[in-house]
Write a protein that binds this ligand. Structure first.
Ligand SMILES: [Zn+2]
Length: 340
């Protein structure tokens, strides 16, 4: 059997319904050769199978229709193994998910982020006119290309060498309280341009920035305080807003060196601090954070910024101690819930 090699899907612009999204081999155009972007067990667990999701271009698809072309080998030898581990750990709780091998958990979350991108964007790119009407910049495509290489760490042996992190992403797992209302137990948000995602799965909250590990250090010092405590979904939403804002003020385009050796692929990220004299992360205005909090929590401007220039926090009491918010009390009345 020949050694699997890296597939440069994005550089070669090979997106089609009959090309495996991961390794590039030819597949039939049928359901046997399809991978669910959000795994089937997850859709069943949260009652999402027939629920609609709105794509970037405005079309609505049921979650079960969110599939991407995938060959049997990638499915059986690579993805399903990770899928099974995540499912088992998910059932056992947030602490089990948090103690999973981070490289494997990264592949799991990245497949969802990249899979959505693939479904929403890449399959509709017109390869006959590569320059026409592209809504993605060349620089974004270059970063997406790197994400696709990272995803292939499940099929090709790959070593990561990064000064800022152990994996080429910033990934954090939280314990979240589960709402009694089953319709409120699942929440997904992403920011394609800044490559971040927020996933609330019942009692498990996952935040990821696909930034080559840039937020790992700063994020660990900020988020660790809130990990291992049963957060209210509003508190987890506030943490999500924080990660998304940080990614927005990230002042670097990470540079990566790829080397192939008989042992596999060496994926090295150049030190980010040294690339420029400006700080790696800028600061944000309270008004911008207010908008982000409104997006995450569904609250009004008065609730997220009661005083000009200052944002509300749900994370701490006025004495600075970690705040516990019971699921039975406010503020868990979101506009979504109010109209149910
Ligand atoms: Zn494949």
């Amino acid at each position: 059997m020949s050694k699997p090699s890296l597939y440069n899907a994005i550089r070669d612009h090979d997106f089609s319904e009959t090309t495996c999204f991961l390794c590039g081999s030819a597949v039939e155009n049928n359901m046997k050769s399809r991978e669910h972007v959000f795994p089937k067990w997850l859709l069943h667990h949260f009652g999402l199978w027939d629920k609609p999701m709105t794509l970037l271009n405005g079309t609505r698809l049921a979650y079960r229709q969110l599939v991407i072309p995938c060959c049997q080998t990638c499915n059986n030898e690579c993805l399903s193994n990770i899928e099974q581990e995540v499912q088992e750990r998910f059932i056992a709780g947030a602490a089990e998910v948090a103690s999973m091998d981070r490289g494997r958990l990264l592949v799991w979350v990245l497949k969802i982020f990249y899979g959505l991108l693939y479904r929403e964007l890449f399959l509709s790119l017109d390869r006959r006119e590569p320059g026409a009407g592209n809504i993605v910049s060349a620089e974004d495509m270059e970063q997406f290309q790197l994400l696709h290489l990272i995803l292939q760490s499940c099929r090709v042996p790959m070593q990561f060498s990064i000064m800022e992190s152990d994996i080429p992403a910033s990934l954090f797992v939280f314990e979240v309280q589960e709402p009694a209302n089953a319709d409120l137990r699942f929440d997904y948000k992403d920011d394609i341009a800044n490559r971040t995602m927020y996933l609330r799965l019942g009692g498990v909250g996952i935040l990821a920035a696909f930034d080559m590990g840039a937020q790992t250090f700063a994020g660990t010092s900020f988020f660790s305080r809130y990990q291992g405590h049963p957060l209210h979904p509003v508190q987890f939403g506030e943490l999500g807003a924080n990660l998304f804002m940080k990614a927005r003020v990230f002042n670097r385009t990470p540079k990566v060196l790829i080397g192939e050796s008989p042992q596999g692929v060496n994926f090295s990220v150049l030190s980010m601090a040294g690339l420029s004299s400006t700080p790696v992360f800028g600061t944000w205005e309270a008004e911008d954070m207010a908008e982000m909090l409104m997006f995450f929590l569904g609250y009004s401007l008065e609730e997220v910024m009661p005083v000009e220039g200052r944002n509300t926090t749900w994370l701490e009491n006025s004495d600075g101690n970690l705040r516990f918010i019971s699921m039975d009390t406010l503020p868990w009345i979101t506009p979504t819930e109010a109209c149910l």
